[in-house]
Design a protein around this ligand. Structure first.
Ligand code: ZN
Length: 491
């Protein structure tokens, strides 16, 4: 595993050479979705960012155990310690079991990830399936004196922890900042300090999701699940923990505190965070109500969209920005990505049309090195794409007859393109020109059948019979229905 992969570690605020704890194994944990609504563009970004990392680490030869959790309990409204459970609320409004909500949106999330060509993680644990592990974590923190019981709930004692350790080392916030920005909410009276966060919450009578514990019938605090499940599947120390930048505080800061308070040190070696997708400069998110779902992007069915965009256009759009930069949504930007992607795919397809010659007038070997260098530089996918566009120019020049290439160099170029476009960036061919042609021919048949209906309505039997007979002779099977007619081609 000779490589120089560097990744930006949020904890140390710098790029660091990636050295796994137990080569060739890599443990990677990424915060997954809270499944109470359809996935939107904001969900696609972490999924694609860490898919890129997963694919690249696997390509480098590592055996990666990639854990991406499903939050199905304990995530309260406004990411706070009070308010209704996001899934419980949806279940109440729709008169369904919470687990029906979870299953429904999880199935749809999986479908959305599949069309974006996001590989499934190795393990996808549910928070609700790990209540015992979370209770155990809370017991350990209590035992070490960093938590207290109040009215059947357990809170993390941030002030006490901060005396012995450093609360805020990931986010750079200090406790005074946190206290100044913490809003007073109902029930905060249970806490010794407004900065304290819930490890276990006693369920109110109307709360549907509840489990027995030594303290009360209730449910775990939102931050517990990732610490408990990370530990269970990746051990007390593992390599990478990822998620969106919006999770740095409070979620990941609290995870570090829970880990240090329970086992004495942080579990995670490299903390990685992708930046947000904004829409007109503001964050896109379910709770903000300004989001466009992935399905709406693919169907073009949202008032902000001037057209439909294919899943690979969305993937390419996201990869055209470095994962730590912001991306602002606009139709123009997506249309530019659509054009860029088709230019790249035409070049890939063009590789099969090239007849090799006896000599090369182009230099192709450095392309692969440059792409590796860009990937090793904290997964710089926009630079990889820029190099591939340079490669596309070379391909087009050869096809145009301006340059020549030997068989060896052609095979090398093919390998580089396949490796980076498909295996690492995770792009795939969609809507080949054959499919587009078939769709266009189908529309012509629809038009002919419309003419036949008009002829029938006019009692012009000879025209309607002629259309039917000629289509039948060509192998089409026509079936008349109440709405008009259906056809299929018997090949
Ligand atoms: Zn998490």
């Amino acid at each position: 595993m000779e490589h120089q992969l560097t990744i930006y570690n949020t904890l140390n605020r710098k790029k660091e050479l990636f050295v796994p704890l137990h080569t060739p194994h890599v443990g990677m944990y990424v915060c997954g979705p809270t499944v109470y609504g359809d996935a939107h563009l904001g969900h696609a970004r972490p999924a694609i960012t860490f898919d890129l990392l997963f694919r690249y680490l696997t390509h480098l030869g590592y055996k990666v155990r990639y854990v991406r959790n499903i939050t199905d309990v304990g995530h309260l409204e406004h990411d706070a310690d009070e308010g209704e459970d996001k899934i419980g609320k949806k279940a109440r409004l729709e008169e369904l079991e919470p687990m029906e909500i979870v299953q429904f949106y999880l199935n749809r999330y999986h479908k959305a990830m599949e069309v974006l060509n996001v590989l499934p993680p190795s393990i996808e644990p549910h928070a609700s399936g790990h209540i015992i592990e979370q209770i155990q974590l809370v017991k350990e923190i209590l035992h070490n004196g960093y938590a207290y019981e109040s009215e059947g709930s357990i809170y993390f004692d941030v002030a006490k922890y901060n005396k012995d350790h450093h609360y805020g080392k990931l986010s750079g916030r200090n406790l005074d900042d946190v206290l100044n920005t913490t809003r007073e909410l109902d029930g905060q009276g249970e806490k010794r300090n407004p900065a304290d966060f819930a490890l276990w919450k006693k369920a109110q009578p109307e709360h549907i999701m509840r489990w027995p514990s030594p303290w009360s019938d209730g449910f775990p605090g939102w931050h517990c699940e990732c610490t408990a499940m990370g530990k269970k599947y990746l051990g007390n120390h593992f390599d990478i923990h990822g998620g969106g930048m919006d999770l740095i505080f409070p979620h990941h800061e609290c995870e570090i505190a829970q880990s240090v308070a329970s086992q004495g040190d942080d579990m995670v070696h490299y903390w990685m965070h992708n930046n947000m997708i904004t829409i007109n400069g503001t964050k896109m998110g379910k709770s903000l109500g300004n989001f466009i779902t992935l399905e709406e992007f693919i169907q073009g069915s949202h008032k902000l969209l001037s057209q439909a965009y294919s899943p690979m256009t969305i993937r390419f759009f996201i990869l055209q920005a470095h994962y730590r930069s912001t991306v602002d949504f606009s139709n123009e930007a997506l249309q530019a990505s659509e054009k860029g992607l088709s230019r790249l795919m035409e070049a890939v397809n063009g590789l099969d049309k090239i007849t090799p010659g006896t000599s090369s007038t182009v230099e192709t070997k450095s392309l692969r090195t440059k792409c590796y260098e860009a990937m090793n530089d904290d997964l710089n996918s926009p630079i990889v794409i820029a190099h591939l566009f340079d490669g596309a120019k070379i391909i087009n020049n050869i096809i145009a007859g301006n340059d020549t290439i030997t068989l060896d160099d052609l095979n090398d170029l093919k390998e580089t393109f396949h490796l980076f476009c498909f295996d690492i960036l995770g792009l795939k061919r969609e809507n080949s020109s054959d499919e587009k042609r078939e769709i266009a021919f189908g529309k012509v048949v629809d038009m002919l059948l419309e003419q036949r209906l008009i002829a029938k309505a006019n009692k012009d039997w000879s025209t309607s019979d002629k259309i039917r007979n000629e289509l039948t002779n060509l192998g089409f099977e026509i079936k008349d229905t109440k709405e008009g007619s259906e056809w299929k081609l018997n090949k």
